[in-house]
Ligand binder design. Structure first.
Ligand code: C5P
Length: 225
């Protein structure tokens, strides 16, 4: 099978995961949620009782843990040492703590290697995260960068948390998003930024279906050239 990589990067709650999953389904590709990898690594360290500022301990946890990421029609099934952690990695505490792993260069390198192995195994992949077009797959076939204004992203995150029974105030959600943006944009390794050749899509006033259609049209146009 010919290799075909589409990257979708962007800030927290910009709709990347939902869009990437639907675009992958339309194109007959496999979806990769790289945020799930940072979350799984963070949860493994938390379950280990590690001090998250102890970089050596985090790397030891990564080396000693078996992570499995499997694409399913609903998203990604995440297993940590054989135990399903798909729901637990979405806990707001894990979300807030993900920055410790995300800022650690050797941890990022291990996760980027995992992402490349995933792409090798599946061949045709739509991958989403922060550094997919810039670091993990600089030679991707098509790169997208999704944005949306803060109020809209907070509204989306609130709707998502409600379906999971998680209660947070609008202000807590807004602050958590801002804090993550700041950490993601300012870290020294794999910072959040559009690749020079990324197509930038502002999704603030678009429905999910409209964003999916836009991306699929763009991919098909590029492929027919
Ligand atoms: O996308 P998601 O919200 O699940 O990502 C969780 C965290 O993992 C992000 O806030 C970011 O710090 C980190 N991440 C990253 N690089 C990626 C994907 C996620 O640093 N490619």
């Amino acid at each position: 099978m010919a290799r075909f990589i589409i990257t979708i990067d962007g800030p927290a709650a910009s709709g990347k995961s939902t869009v990437a999953r639907l675009v992958a389904a339309k194109l007959g590709a496999t979806f990769l949620d790289t945020g799930a990898m940072y979350r799984a690594a963070t949860l493994a360290a938390m379950l280990d009782g590690a001090d998250l500022t102890d970089q050596k301990r985090i790397l030891d946890v990564l080396d000693d843990t078996v992570f499995e990421f499997d694409a399913t029609p609903d998203g990604m099934l995440v297993q940590i040492d054989g135990v399903d952690a798909t729901a637990q990695i979405r806990d707001p505490k894990v979300t807030a703590n993900a920055r410790y792993v995300a800022c650690l260069a050797p941890a990022r390198q291990r996760l980027v290697d995992m992402q490349r192995r995933f792409a090798e195994a599946y061949g045709k992949v739509v991958t989403e995260g922060r550094d997919q077009g810039t670091v993990a797959f600089p030679d991707a076939d098509v790169k997208f960068y999704l944005t949306a204004d803060l109020n809209e992203r907070a509204r989306r995150r609130q709707a998502e948390l409600k379906t999971k029974g998680v209660i947070q105030t609008d202000d807590e959600i807004r602050q958590a998003i801002l804090k993550r943006d700041q950490s993601d944009e300012n870290r020294a390794v794999g910072p959040l930024k559009p690749a020079n050749d990324a197509v930038i899509v502002d999704t603030t006033d678009l429905t999910i279906d409209e964003v999916v259609e836009k991306l699929v049209d763009c991919v098909n146009t590029r492929r027919s050239k």
